[in-house]
Design a protein around this ligand. Structure first.
Ligand code: GCV
Length: 840
């Protein structure tokens, strides 16, 4: 596929590369034929009137920190032009000049970017009709010909559309696609493609070893508002390189807004001094089409920092003029400094945050009160549905629906309700939230978590694209008022607003950016930001294709690199499901950090306790939410309600979300529940082992620093995955009382001294050979090989079993201790975890 003599490994000079450019690194194309073709097609950059339409800038003397390498731009077309200069110059391995189109003559090989109104060259090349279908944010990329000259046009109806088209064009080269005969057009399906940023809560991308940050007086967040010590001089309004790298990366995937502070909101962000800092940040991000919003605390008007402009608790009445005027005053201040300010994100009456219920009102009253205050300013309210008041129902999963369902139709036009994908809390797999499809008269934003709170944080390689693809393509089976199935009823249809022709649409990703060199902590966490943005633009995209794009843009193009890393990513989420929450047993996390397992933990709030979710007892495992249990299944539309409510029809991946499953129940594959459960844990760990091996195989093809950093993460990942398996299986076994199965997909029997053994300790009579003479994998399709033979008794043997799970290759190294007969007794079969093999 590639010609001889082409260097595929990244040059040694890049061995210290730290990942700080994200997917916008633009290394030179290393395939000579492709490079020659690109160079022939692309010889100049034409962006007419790039300096003309300056975006608003509030901050006088807005400036970069001393020594910065990024630079501020004043127009969106400057951002587009500069990205073409940087990107094409890097990819083509030589500068591509910026040229004019004098007298309308477009140079051969030019890449012309602009709008019809701003660029005569674009005006001549693209008709208004051509642009009619792509809306404000869409773009066209076309190969054109005029006066015998071939050139490329990137056109949009707005400068922002042009910028998005610019990135799309660069991505073609970054992913090694053709740049001739182009006729590409694209427009986002969802209008508001936002991030929510929680600063330091659930931050795994800070600049210290733990990912929480704290070096140089910075708190680890990407934006510095209040760094101390060495970092103090770099606080906003000073602009840092990483803000602009992040802005370019966000724009490159079409993200167009960010709520910059935690939903557990600090009202300090509403003070005049903070607003000046926010305005500077907004100034720097504005050319990239990224608008700002803030999270607010419902009771902010009572905060003494606003004295004398404060209210009493009683004045927090959402219908009261004082309450509404207070919020209107704050919003006007914000708008004066940030004219395109989006509005507010609100977490109310949830996890200790104040809200309208404190005064006897409901969420609709509260949302509409603030919405009325900001509506004249064109602002929006994003009111979160992440509520789980224990008084509403014993089953936490039922609570949000019970509170919000009856409010449909009550919300003001400028309110979105913002709902997590599942009814619990960002688990690696959840059924979809029953509110999707149920809020017929309400704009509903989908909230996904990019930051990996429950999916391995900054240690585990977990590509979330497949999770989000599963969510967005999930069928709600929504029906109309006559009970007829709606035609467009996938979660993605509902979010984009086509199910019931909603006028506005929004998707929110809880972002994973920090001040670590690579901005996301784990190098592979960059892929999650990338995939989120691309799915926000087009939720019908396939997560595997997105992974391949990201790999090519981030790690290189050698077939081994692409094939191996894409394969690692594709199965990685299912692996996490398997060793953390197999068959739907959710939220078994240690409460202190939501990273490790604690299935036996019982906390002061039962709905924070793993034991509440697993309901383990001698009969079985899982939470009965069927019609004879909590009745949660009734919140779904009829087809799903019936499917989930019946243990015979519920998808097995969701089994324990809805049912208390008897240990000896026979599952569809023929095995009993207990055996299948244990196997799932094994498979999850086995996949991580395979990923570690797969990564090692790429060492010669990858730059050294990033290779080593990911290698170290994978080692920790494997150990922690095994910890999940051993802790959970050991705990469940106390209830099931059953032996560990020895017929799992990664199990093996070995023959030593004529006797077959499956347990870790193999007793061998004195004088007999300790050698393994035969290995028999339990799965006939698996491969087993002896990696090490014992030299004597006692001694150790290592046997590797390789198999294929439904989500990818799995590997396990079994360690056998050969001991003299009559020596220390072998562990009885079924005692966890040693009898199940120990990772070598
Ligand atoms: C910011 C989970 C997280 C919290 C988070 C909350 C929310 O419970 O653990 O850190 O709060 O979700 O989404 O509001």
């Amino acid at each position: 596929m590639f010609g001889a003599g082409i260097a595929h490994a990244t040059p040694a000079a890049d061995d210290g590369y730290d990942g700080s450019s994200l997917w916008l690194r633009y290394p030179a194309v290393d395939d000579p034929r492709l490079l020659a073709g690109y160079r022939a097609s692309i010889t100049a950059i034409v962006v007419e009137n790039a300096d003309r339409t300056k975006v608003h800038r509030h901050t006088a003397n807005l400036s970069m920190a001393p020594g910065s390498t990024e630079h501020l731009v004043e127009t969106t077309l400057q951002a587009a032009r500069d990205e073409l200069v940087r990107g094409l110059g890097g990819l083509l391995g030589r500068p591509v000049p910026v040229r004019d189109a004098p007298g309308g003559r477009i140079p051969a090989g030019a890449v012309v970017a602009g709008t019809r109104t701003g660029s005569p060259a674009v005006h001549r090349s693209v008709s208004a009709g051509d642009l009619a279908a792509i809306g404000d944010d869409g773009y066209l990329v076309r190969s054109c010909r005029a006066g015998g000259q071939a050139f490329t046009v990137i056109a949009g109806n707005t400068d922002l559309g042009v910028l998005y088209g610019t990135f799309a064009f660069l991505q073609r080269l970054q992913t090694r696609q053709a740049v001739t005969h182009l006729n590409v057009s694209s427009a986002p399906r969802i209008r508001r493609r936002y991030l929510n940023y929680w600063e330091t809560e659930r931050l795994y991308a800070g600049n210290n070893a733990s990912g929480t940050g704290g070096l140089n007086g910075e708190n680890g967040a990407i934006f510095d508002f209040a760094a101390t010590g060495a970092g103090a001089a770099l606080n906003l309004p000073v602009i840092l390189d990483r803000y602009l790298v992040a802005a370019r990366a966000m724009a490159s995937v079409g993200i167009n807004g960010i709520t910059i502070n935690n939903v557990n909101a600090n009202s300090g962000y509403l003070t005049p001094a903070a607003i000046e800092q926010e305005a500077a940040l907004a100034d720097a991000l504005r050319p990239y089409g990224i608008r700002l919003a803030l999270s607010i605390n419902y009771a902010a008007p009572t905060d003494a920092r606003f004295a004398p402009d404060t209210l009493t608790r009683e004045q927090l009445d959402p219908y009261g003029a004082q309450f509404r005027d207070w919020w209107n005053r704050r919003a006007r201040r914000l708008q004066a400094a940030i004219p395109d300010f989006i509005g507010f994100t609100v977490k109310a009456n949830s996890e200790g945050q104040p809200g309208p219920q404190d005064l006897g009102y409901d969420h609709g009253d509260g949302a509409n009160g603030i919405a009325a205050a900001v509506a004249p300013l064109g602002m929006r309210i994003f009111w979160r549905t992440f509520v789980y008041n224990a008084d509403v129902d014993r089953d936490r999963l039922k609570r949000a629906y019970l509170e919000f369902g009856p409010l449909d139709g009550k919300f003001a036009d400028n309110v979105f309700i913002q709902t997590k994908n599942g009814p619990l809390d960002y688990q690696a797999r959840e059924p979809v939230h029953p509110l999707f499809g149920r809020m017929e008269h309400t704009d509903q934003a989908l909230e996904l978590q990019i930051t990996q709170e429950y999916t391995g944080q900054n240690t585990m390689l977990c590509y979330l694209g497949p999770l989000w693809e599963e969510v967005l393509k999930a069928d709600t089976y929504a029906t109309d008022e006559h009970g007829r199935l709606l035609r467009k009823r996938l979660v993605g249809d509902i979010v984009e607003g086509t199910t019931r022709s909603r006028p506005d649409s929004a998707i929110i990703g809880v972002a994973n950016l920090g001040n670590a060199d690579n901005l996301t902590g784990h190098h592979f966490a960059q892929a999650n930001l990338f995939a989120y943005g691309r799915l926000a633009w087009d939720w019908t995209a396939g997560s595997r294709n997105l992974a391949e794009d990201w790999v090519r843009m981030t790690w290189g193009h050698h077939p081994d690199v692409v094939r191996t890393i894409v394969a690692m990513m594709t199965g990685s989420r299912e692996a996490v499901v398997s060793y953390q929450t197999p068959l739907g047993v959710a939220h078994q996390f240690r409460s202190s950090d939501h990273y490790g397992p604690a299935p036996g933990e019982r906390l002061s709030r039962e709905d924070w306790s793993p034991v509440y979710y697993n309901q383990a007892d001698s009969a079985g495992l899982g939470y009965d939410r069927s019609p004879t249990g909590s009745g949660f299944t009734a919140q779904y539309f009829p087809i799903l309600a019936a499917r989930y409510g019946d243990i015979d029809s519920v998808p097995e991946d969701l089994l324990m979300w809805f049912h208390h499953v008897p240990w000896d129940r026979r599952l569809r594959g023929g095995r009993i529940f207990w055996d299948e459960l244990v196997s799932r844990y094994e498979l999850g760990v086995g996949y991580v082992t395979w990923m570690r091996h797969a990564w090692d195989s790429l060492e010669a093809r990858l730059d050294a620093r990033r290779f080593a950093e990911v290698k170290a993460k994978l080692a920790a990942h494997e150990a922690d995955a095994a910890g999940w398996r051993d802790t959970c299986v050991g705990y469940w076994q106390q209830f099931s009382g059953l032996a560990l199965p020895d017929d799992g997909p990664l199990s093996v029997a070995v023959v030593v001294a004529g006797t077959s053994a499956t347990s870790r300790r193999i007793p061998v009579p004195a004088g007999a050979s300790p050698r393994i003479t035969k290995v028999v994998p339990a799965d006939p399709a698996a491969r087993a090989e002896v990696l090490a033979q014992p030299r004597s008794v006692p001694g150790q043997a290592v046997v590797r079993v390789t198999a294929t799970s439904s989500f990818g290759p799995v590997v396990k190294d079994h360690v056998f201790d050969v001991v003299p007969t009559g020596g220390e007794p072998g562990a009885p079969p079924g005692s966890p975890p040693a009898a199940h093999g120990t990772g070598a």
